[in-house]
Design a protein around this ligand. Structure first.
Ligand code: PLP
Length: 401
C-alpha cells in the first residue's frame, strides 16, 4: 500500500510514508534494500542513456534502482517537486547541475561566500571549460541584478550560506533570474525542506547535501536535485548515467530511514540552537553570534518570512580563535570538533578567514572588508545536535572560560 494522495497529508506523515512502496511480494512494511547492480529484463531495452524514460524498467543501478527511486520520490514529495535525482554526494549533485545546464560561453552568477567546494568548482572548473563566472553578494538583490548579462544562464544561491549564515531572498532572486531567462538554482542544505521550499518561491532547481540534515546521522553521504521533469531529464541521462556519481542503494536506504524523523529532528535542532545561541550571545568572551533565529541577525526579518524553522546552524566569533580551537580539540566532552553539519551529534569547527579567503572565495575590496567585519580572523561553525542543550552549554562554557 502506498499513499493514495499526498495532498491532504501533513509533513510528519509524508516524511514517514511518502515515496515508500512496501514490497508487494513479501508484505514487508519497511522499504527493501535492493543492492543488485543489474536487473533481469524480458524485453529489448536501448543501451543508450538518451533513450531512458520514466517508463524504462530497472536495467542497471547507475541508471535507476528501486531503493534509490523510493528515496527520490520521498525527497520530491517533501520539496513539492515534480521529480528528484539522487547522487553520491552533495558535490556530485552540484557539479551535475552546473555541468548539465551550463555550456561554453554561458555566464553563471553565484553567491560569493558559500560551500567551499561549490565556490572552487565554479571558479576553477567551470571557467576552465569556458563558462564565465561572477561571484556576488546574493543578500543584495541590486548586486545580483547588476551582475546579470545577456548570456547569464544560471543564478546560484546558497541560503542560509556557509559559513556566515547569510540569507538570500529566493522569490526576489527568481524574479531577477527569470527576467533574463536564467535558471535559479538554490543550495538549500542548511535549511532542509522543513524550513524552506525554494521551488514554491520560484526556484527552478533545489540542491541538497543529503549527508547533512536530511540523512541526519552522520553515517551516509548523498546528494539530490529536485525540480521539473524537463530540467531533471538531462541530469539523469547525462550527469547520473555518464558522469556516474550514483548513490549506493545502501546509502539511499539509510538516508530514507533518517528522513522519517526529519520534521522531529528539525524542531529539536531549532529549539536547542536557540537556547545555545542565546547563551553565546550573553557570554562575555563571545564577540559575535550569527543565528537566523536571533533578533540580532542582520536578516532576521527575511529569515522569519522565508524559513519555517531557523535550523540548527550557529556561527560565532571569539578573540584568539586558534587557541580556543585547540582547547576544543582537547577538552570538549560532548561536542565533536569536526567538519560537516546537520547530524544528531553536535559538531564545531573553526573556519579560518585566511584559509577561506585565500583558497575558496578570493574576495576583494568592499566584499573582503564586509567578510572580515563579520568573521574576524575566523568563525566557529557550530552545528547543534539533538543532545540536551544544558550539556552543550556546559561543554562550551568550559572551553570559553
Ligand atoms: C556539505 C555541503 C555540500 C557538499 O555536500 P557533500 O555531501 O559533502 O558532497 C554542498 N553544499 C552545502 C551547503 C554543504 O553544506
Amino acid at each position: 500500500m502506498t499513499l493514495k494522495t499526498t495532498a491532504d497529508k501533513g509533513i510528519q506523515t509524508l516524511s514517514i510514508h511518502g515515496g515508500e512502496n512496501p514490497d508487494s511480494a513479501t508484505g514487508a512494511s519497511a522499504p527493501g534494500l535492493e543492492m543488485s547492480s543489474t536487473f533481469m529484463v524480458d524485453e529489448e531495452i536501448s543501451f543508450s542513456a538518451n533513450n531512458l524514460t520514466a517508463e524504462t524498467p530497472f536495467v542497471y543501478t547507475r541508471w535507476d534502482n528501486p531503493t534509490t527511486r523510493q528515496l527520490e520520490q520521498k525527497l520530491a514529495i517533501l520539496e513539492q517537486a515534480e521529480a528528484c535525482v539522487a547522487f553520491a554526494s552533495g558535490m556530485a549533485a552540484s557539479a551535475a547541475v552546473m555541468l548539465a545546464h551550463l555550456s561554453q560561453g554561458d555566464h553563471l552568477v553565484i553567491s560569493n561566500t558559500n560551500y567551499p567546494g561549490t565556490a572552487e568548482f565554479a571558479r576553477e572548473t567551470l571557467t576552465r571549460l569556458g563558462v564565465e563566472v561572477t561571484p556576488v553578494d546574493t543578500t543584495q538583490p541590486a548586486k545580483i541584478e547588476s551582475a546579470m548579462r545577456d548570456n547569464t544562464r544560471m543564478l546560484w544561491l546558497e541560503t542560509p550560506s556557509n559559513p556566515l549564515l547569510r540569507i538570500a531572498d529566493i522569490a526576489t532572486a527568481a524574479g531577477i533570474a527569470h527576467a533574463r531567462d536564467a535558471l535559479l538554482a538554490v543550495d538549500s542544505t542548511f535549511a532542509s525542506p522543513i524550513a524552506t521550499r525554494p521551488l514554491n518561491l520560484g526556484a527552478d532547481l533545489v540542491i541538497h547535501s543529503l549527508t547533512k540534515y536530511i540523512g541526519g546521522h552522520g553515517d551516509a553521504m548523498g546528494g539530490s536535485v529536485c525540480g521539473s521533469q524537463a530540467l531533471l531529464g538531462p541530469l539523469r541521462g547525462e550527469a547520473l548515467v555518464h558522469y556516474g556519481g550514483v548513490i549506493s542503494p545502501f546509502n539511499a536506504w539509510l538516508i530514507m530511514r533518517g528522513m522519517a524523523t526529519l520534521p522531529l529532528r528539525m524542531r529539536c535542532h531549532e529549539a536547542n540552537a536557540h537556547t545555545v545561541a542565546s547563551f553565546l550571545e550573553a557570554h562575555d568572551k563571545v564577540e559575535k553570534v550569527l543565528y537566523p533565529g536571533l533578533e540580532s541577525h542582520p536578516q532576521h526579518a527575511l529569515a522569519r518570512a522565508q524559513m519555517d524553522n531557523f535550523s540548527g546552524m550557529i556561527s560565532f566569533r571569539t578573540a584568539n580563535p586558534k587557541a580556543i580551537a585547540q582547547r576544543m580539540m582537547q577538552e570538549l566532552e560532548v561536542i565533536h570538533y569536526a567538519v560537516s553539519l546537520g547530524h544528531h551529534r553536535s559538531l564545531v569547527y573553526l573556519m579560518q578567514t585566511v584559509d577561506l579567503i585565500g583558497s575558496s572565495y578570493r574576495l576583494e575590496g568592499d566584499e573582503l572588508d564586509k567578510y572580515r567585519d563579520e568573521a574576524g580572523e575566523g568563525i566557529f561553525r557550530l552545528s547543534i545536535g539533538l543532545e540536551d542543550p544544558e550539556d552543550l552549554i556546559r561543554d562550551l562554557e568550559a572551553v570559553l572560560a
